[in-house]
Unconditional design. Structure first.
Length: 449
């Protein structure tokens, strides 16, 4: 292992990146600002996380850690009653409610077992681009050091510290914040309802879910300000809001309040997630509404993709950066469309600013006009000057379509050949969009039958 990748930030995204990098033969070092064992939010994992944890070789350790299996989601959203979405139909089994501390500790242990170093209490004091890569001055628990890296990964979460330093700007979609409480009970519950409960209220929404070791998390999402007049202590404020719920209050029964914090929970993306010799992962690149319960999955998925990009970049293929950026852009557009659909299902308080602000339609997906059997071939359009088709598609994606369509083919075959030809996996839906985009831009034309 010779090429060093420096990962800044040791949350899920940073540590998973370091692990995936080691597994691909690159030497990673993680620089984490906080101490080991620092509290992080986010406790629910949807079933698909099993696939990502398995890809990272973490599944067996995950199961051994005793997280609580979660059979589904119960929602009071759009109606005062409850409807249930069971995970029983998921091919990956149950979702999970995490003991977040042991989840983070296991991941950090796996990184160290894979021979990567994690430096805690560490700050980057200077970052210089050199001809060979990066020269990084750090302060690690008071010791000044200089590290050299071929590639940098920004995994600093909502701080996006390195991306900002390198010129990226944040595009913000709302101002949501979270009032999060952890509770516990002495009573061991033998008949525990381990579903994730979601309840919409006039000025926001709640989630509440039991955790391992007789604990519970119950959090309120709203727009600022959380309190209009005298600022109440957080515990009182949380209780004042909680007693206005119906289902969350019922669920809390014997649980006693242990701790309450406030955290930002808004959606955003950075306008750049890659640059020469760097990229960002997890929340450093973009953050989703906790309603999606997708933050940890997104962190794991981007970490796996980032490690592949680093390998290709260090091997001399810098086009991998553009593909990564286009993939994240697609994911964010997809997320915005889903978020909008979900919020539009709640119409009980149309005049409340929290709901009014979230009722706008999401981005309109490109209209698919091509039929599967439509015969297509490439046009004479000179594509050599194209640098980027648009934000979700790269020049090399287009070049692949161009190569496939040298001879006439039905659209469905263009789609399936494109999926085989690209070096990264993309969904059917996205491949169909690529072909439609290429057609709409005049790069493909109808071929006579
Ligand atoms: C209220 C709330 C509830 C949520 N619930 C869920 C949920 O149920 N399920 C889910 O999947 N997701 C959930 N999420 C989202 C999820 O928590 C995040 O998406 C995920 O933790 C992001 O991981 P990360 O590694 O990118 O960032 P983080 O976990 O924030 O890690 C970033 C790390 O970088 C370090 N750092 C920051 N700046 C620097 C610096 N300059 N130098 C060095 N280190 C630095 C930080 O100390 C931190 O350790 C929730 C989020 C919120 C706000």
């Amino acid at each position: 292992m010779t090429n060093k990748v420096v990962v800044i930030g040791g949350g899920v995204a940073g540590n998973a990146s370091a692990l995936a990098l080691q597994q691909r033969g690159l030497q990673a070092v993680v620089l984490e600002r906080a101490e080991p064992g620092t509290l992080r939010v986010g406790e629910h994992l949807s079933p698909e996380s099993r696939l990502l944890l398995s890809n990272l070789g973490l599944w067996d350790a995950f199961v051994a850690d005793g997280h609580l299996a979660c059979p589904g989601v119960r929602s009071s959203w759009g109606t005062p009653g409850i409807y249930e979405r069971e995970y029983i139909f998921s091919p990956y089994g149950d979702g999970w409610n995490l003991d977040r501390c042991s989840f983070d500790n296991s991941l950090a242990r796996a990184v160290e077992d894979a021979d990567a170093e994690i430096l805690y209490n560490t700050r980057v004091t200077s970052l210089i681009r050199t001809r060979e890569g990066w020269s990084i001055e750090i302060d690690a628990e008071g010791r000044k050091m200089t590290l050299f890296a071929s590639f940098l990964v920004d995994a600093t979460g909502r701080a996006s510290a390195i991306s900002r330093k390198l010129g990226a700007k944040r595009i913000v979609y709302d101002r949501q914040q979270a009032l999060i409480a952890w509770l516990s009970t002495q009573k061991a519950n033998t008949d525990l309802d381990a579903t994730l409960l979601i309840e919409a209220v006039e000025d926001g929404w709640w989630y509440a879910t039991p955790l391992p070791n007789n604990r519970m998390v119950a959090a309120f999402m709203t727009d600022p300000p959380l309190h209009s007049s005298s600022p109440l202590p957080l515990g009182k404020l949380w209780t004042e809001k909680m007693v206005r719920t119906k289902h969350v209050q019922n669920r809390l029964g014997d649980y006693q309040l242990d701790d309450v914090i406030v955290r930002p929970a808004n959606s955003y993306r950075m306008d750049r997630v890659v640059g020469d010799g760097w990229l960002s992962v997890g929340d450093a690149a973009m953050a989703f509404d906790p309603l999606s319960s997708m933050g940890i999955n997104k962190a794991l998925r981007s970490a796996l993709a980032a490690a592949n990009v680093a390998v290709r970049y260090i091997g001399g293929d810098s086009s991998a950066l553009a593909s990564y950026s286009a993939d994240l852009c697609w994911d964010f557009e997809d997320y915005l469309a889903k978020r909008s659909t979900f919020y539009q299902q709640e119409n009980r308080w149309p005049d409340q600013p929290f709901w009014r602000n979230r009722q706008q339609p999401g981005p309109v997906k490109r209209k698919i006009t091509l039929q599967p059997q439509t015969m297509l071939r490439r046009s004479d359009f000179d594509h050599t000057n194209i640098t980027q088709m648009n934000s979700v598609m790269t020049k090399s994606d287009y070049e692949s379509i161009h190569g496939i369509c040298e001879t006439p083919l039905p659209a469905f075959q263009v789609v399936s050949q494109l999926k085989q030809r690209l070096t990264r996996p993309i969904s059917d839906e996205r491949a169909i969009h690529f072909v439609q985009i290429a057609f709409d831009h005049g790069l493909l034309k109808y071929a006579p039958i």
